[in-house]
Design a protein around this ligand. Structure first.
Ligand SMILES: Cc1cc2nc3c(=O)[nH]c(=O)nc-3n(C[C@H](O)[C@H](O)[C@H](O)COP(=O)(O)OP(=O)(O)OC[C@H]3O[C@@H](n4cnc5c(N)ncnc54)[C@H](O)[C@@H]3O)c2cc1C
Length: 374
């Protein structure tokens, strides 16, 4: 298993330059990264998050599974933040299905993933017309929409949340490609290739056995908040791409001896390495779940914000060093900064910080996860 995970990471690593080229084309066209996902599917990436018994590599299982998932998400982020974002949602959906699903739902979804289906995770409600469900025949009917749906029009399976009188319920739905995407004037400036749109899910009939878990399970901690480590891992990859690009360009311009450029590059390296070290620990804590829910969530919350802060610092430093060149459309730094700035807008950053701070006022200070403490 360890060898197979390592081989997968190496295969994805070898593919990074090709995926980076494709990322530029997909961004320019605003297209879903179909070619990249075709390549990744052929490597077995879409089934890799499943447990071995279901045809996967158990990404995220145990310390070595956590390290492999971290490495893969960071590699994908380095290659293309939209690809990493789409894959992160796929991993999240499959992990929730394996955690909360009944056996037949798990088997069906696993078979779909093994066959190459991309799962999306659509859990954000629009300001009006949030998704609700009601009894309908032998199952449930859906009314409403979901907002900010990455993979809209392409992902054929999705984990969605619907409001019920008893709380939030997770469901697994199937969607035909190219259907149900609402025309929307809203366009994100970055992450264009994640094809994030609104989905009209009214009229979908969901069989009773497609309900995932109980009401309230989606928000259950530590899984709900600690999952943020995966998005931060993808952002870490984007940060690495920016640092490498920065170094190459300053050298090419013959400015690597300038003390100001050196000072800024030094600060950039500190930001990157700080984020990387936080993520090593956050991935372990998020995957091992060997501490109290409150402790895991607090640590991952801090890690998420540390990565956000490192990325924001890096963009400022890099734009100062590269100058106007970093703002020319088509320059990779322009795209990476645009994607990174957009992707960093994750939910409730203020609450995340103060909740983590409140935790550590009354708990031992942050330290290594138990798997690395010895
Ligand atoms: C590229 C991209 C792809 C995405 N894809 C998906 C997807 O596939 N599926 C999906 O479900 N979602 C998706 N999302 C949406 C995502 O899940 C979040 O909804 C979104 O990122 C929240 O961003 P926000 O900045 O609006 O957060 P907010 O939480 O609204 O934060 C904005 C600001 O308001 C503050 N704030 C928040 N709440 C309060 C409050 N109550 N009072 C005062 N201040 C407050 C925050 O601290 C922050 O300063 C995607 C987002 C991005 C960027």
């Amino acid at each position: 298993m360890l060898c197979e995970r390592t081989a997968l990471c190496e295969a994805v690593g070898a593919m990074v330059p090709v995926l980076q080229q494709q990322a530029a084309a997909d961004d320019a066209a605003g297209d879903f990264p179909g070619d990249s996902f075709h390549r990744l599917r052929q490597l077995g990436l879409l089934r890799a998050p499943l447990p071995e018994t279901l045809g996967g590599l158990g990404l995220g299982d145990g310390a070595t599974g956590a390290a492999a998932l971290l490495r893969l998400l960071a590699l994908l982020g380095e290659a293309s933040l939209p690809v990493a974002r789409l894959y992160e949602a796929h991993v999240n959906a499959l992990q929730l299905i394996c955690r909360y699903g009944n056996e037949s739902l798990i088997r069906r979804c696993a078979a779909d993933a093994v066959a190459g289906a991309l799962f999306a995770l659509w859990v954000t409600d629009p300001p009006e017309g949030a998704l609700t469900m009601h009894s309908e025949g032998d199952g449930y009917g859906l009314v409403g929409a979901k907002a900010f749906c990455s993979g809209a029009g392409t992902a054929t399976r999705a984990l969605v949340t619907a409001a019920t009188p008893g709380g939030t319920q997770m469901l697994i739905i199937s969607v035909d490609p190219g259907t149900r995407v609402l025309p929307s004037p809203i366009k994100l400036s970055g992450m264009r290739a994640a094809t994030t749109g609104s989905m009209d899910l009214t009229g979908i009939h969901v069989p009773a056995d497609a309900l995932l878990g109980e009401t309230g399970d989606y928000l259950r901690e530590p899984v709900f908040s600690a999952g943020a480590w995966r998005s931060a891992a993808a952002a870490l990859g984007g940060l690495k791409a920016l640092v490498a690009l920065h170094r190459d360009e300053i050298r090419r311009r013959g400015r690597a001896q300038d003390p100001h450029q050196q000072a800024r590059f030094g600060a950039l390296l500190i930001a990157y390495e700080t984020a990387r070290l936080w993520m090593d620990q956050a991935a372990l804590r998020g995957c091992l779940e060997d501490d109290s829910a409150a402790a895991i969530v607090a640590y991952v919350n801090l890690a998420r914000l540390a990565v956000e802060s490192a990325c924001l610092d890096a963009m400022r430093l890099s734009q100062r060093s590269l100058g106007l060149g970093a703002f020319i459309a088509g320059h990779p730094a322009e795209r990476i900064c645009r994607d990174l700035a957009t992707y960093l807008r994750q939910p409730a950053p203020d609450e995340t910080l103060v909740k983590a701070a409140s935790h550590y006022f009354h708990a031992p200070l942050p330290g290594p996860a138990s798997a690395t403490a010895a």
